[in-house]
Design a protein around this ligand. Structure first.
Ligand code: ADP
Ligand code: GLC
Length: 492
């Protein structure tokens, strides 16, 4: 264990490291729709190395049942009230990458999509929240800290404080991590009343109310003992009206307990030297395998088989957050004028999916899209591409740009949130930087950055320098886990 953690442990008057239960809607590799799952997959693994017994509790989603049922053990079951509904709760357990994962089983709520959308999603995760709080006293694990993630689990601190006083939850501390403040779990008060029976005295702006309805995330921000988000820049940004989505007031009020901890990636899983999803492996020292990956992707996706043309890629949710409006604005201009290729793997808003499908027809051999969510293909896209485009409107942290860098794909990012904290902009004299960036959310600024990328691509020395610095960058999760460990200790 690191010396500074030991000192802090002593300072806090504790004999042992805290026990932590991470509650989240998804957890890689069991269930995943985005970066939240990656973080929940890797953080407890790294915390264990620091001597912290960290476990995960997450829904027993259909995709987990389909792929891991044989590894899952039934622990116990009981029933809970969710308003007038009396619902079954099964608590199952499995060990995934050395970490104990508790799975909340209920076929009515978790037999299809991880997120059902709208009120149905509200009910899914209200159920999960209640099930976790009720399961706690019976678990073979008594956590000191419940680490909540995003709105799906953000009601736990409030309910713990107002409905579970005098029960074992009393000594439990709550950390709320905001992975994305744009998603808040906003519902009418009648819905909250129906789900949780919360006393109407809490339907006020000091507690639950935001813009005339209840915000689960706001409740978390009010009641959690500590709040953090996933990069220092985003922690500053969400205190402003431009990024706070209405929560800037409460976050300013609670600034003393708000911090930013940058994410990392699982360097073993995302490793171009060993990745089984790649047709050829490569390292920063010997990148010959990267050319094989590029050729393979070009062939598989119907792009012209050319090693000499820069391949720009995106692996993303196709939403406004990810800057898709900018892509829509300049893509035709770029494709008509420049000798380049573009590949996108993603899914999301229908209008963006349709735009990409139509663009593919306009530029056969130059542009291709794969609409859908495919882990193996994503690895090939990271490995095959020369540049990785991430022009986000806002980005709490972003893992894709880190994965891209690990696979030698130079990121082109907008300087916001975690993108600002993880990509050092290219500078020619002295030669430094590991990516290209632009400041304003402006399509022409993005196009200029892409043009600069094309110019860099023509100069082997510049390109080698950029790729080398990107690939050698340390994006492991060790430092982030150390910061979380310190945060847990401070909370006790
Ligand atoms: P966010 O969580 O906001 O979507 P991140 O950059 O933090 O963005 O994480 C995205 C994660 O999801 C990365 O691991 C990325 O590779 C993966 N991902 C996103 N879209 C797809 C897709 N269509 N297919 C496979 N993986 C995807
Ligand atoms: C969210 C954010 C993303 C972040 C991820 C993991 O999905 O949009 O920026 O990397 O959570 O924290």
């Amino acid at each position: 264990m690191k010396q500074d953690l030991l000192d802090l442990l002593r300072e806090r008057g504790r004999g042992e490291m805290p026990k932590v239960l991470l509650a989240a809607a998804e957890c890689a590799p069991l269930s995943k729709t985005g970066g939240l799952a990656d973080v929940i997959g890797i953080l407890p693994k790294e915390l264990k190395k620091l001597g912290i017994d960290a476990r995960v509790i997450t829904p027993y989603h259909r995709c987990i049942k389909d792929n891991y049922a044989s590894e899952v053990e039934h622990l116990f079951d009981f029933r809970i009230w969710l308003g007038w509904r009396n619902a079954y709760v099964g608590i199952e357990r499995m060990v995934c990458n050395g970490v104990t994962v508790y799975l909340v089983d209920n076929e009515d709520y978790f037999n299809d999509a991880i997120y059902r959308g709208g009120l149905r999603e509200g009910e899914q995760y209200s159920y999960f929240t209640r099930a976790v709080l009720e399961a706690l006293p019976q678990l073979d694990f008594a956590p000191d800290v419940i680490h909540c993630n995003d709105w799906h689990t953000a009601m736990m601190p409030m309910l713990g404080h107002i409905q579970y006083r005098g029960r074992m939850q009393d000594h439990v501390k709550y950390l709320l991590t905001i992975h994305n403040i744009a998603f808040q779990g906003k519902f009418g008060f009648d819905f909250v009343q129906d789900m949780f029976g919360v006393d109407p005295c809490y339907y006020t702006p000091e507690f639950l109310e935001l813009n005339g309805c209840a915000s689960y995330l706001k409740a978390g921000c009010v009641f959690a003992d500590r709040i953090n988000t996933v990069s220092p820049s985003y922690a500053s940004e969400i205190k402003t009206p431009a990024f706070g989505f209405g929560l800037e007031g409460v976050l300013n009020a609670r600034h003393a307990v708000l911090s930013g901890i940058i994410n990392g990636i699982d360097r073993d899983f995302f490793n171009p030297e060993t990745d089984p999803a790649l047709p050829a492996r490569f390292s920063a020292k010997d990148r010959s395998g990267k050319a094989v990956c590029k050729s393979m992707l070009q062939k598989g996706m119907g792009l012209e088989q050319r090693p000499d043309v820069p391949l720009f890629a995106m692996v993303t949710r196709m939403t406004e957050q990810k800057g898709f409006d900018l892509v829509v604005c300049v893509l035709d201009d770029m494709m008509c004028r420049e000798d380049m290729q573009f590949m996108i793997l993603g899914s999301g808003d229908e209008r963006f999916e349709k735009f990409m499908a139509a663009a593919e027809k306009r530029y056969p051999g130059k542009l291709c899209s794969y609409i859908g969510y495919k882990e193996e293909i994503s690895h090939l896209v990271y490995a095959a591409s020369d540049f990785f485009l991430m022009p986000s409107r806002f980005e709490p942290c972003g893992l894709s740009q880190m994965i891209a860098m690990r696979y030698g794909s130079v990121p082109i990012v907008r300087e916001t949130g975690g993108l600002r904290d993880t990509v050092i902009p290219y500078n020619r004299f002295p030669a430094e930087g590991d990516g290209l960036s632009f400041i304003n959310f402006d399509a022409w600024e993005m196009r200029d950055a892409m043009r600069l990328a094309m110019a860099c691509y023509k100069d082997q020395e510049i390109m080698d320098g950029l790729i080398d610095r990107a690939m050698r960058k340390k994006f492991g999760f060790e430092n982030s886990a150390g910061e979380y460990a310190r945060l847990y200790l401070w909370m006790l």
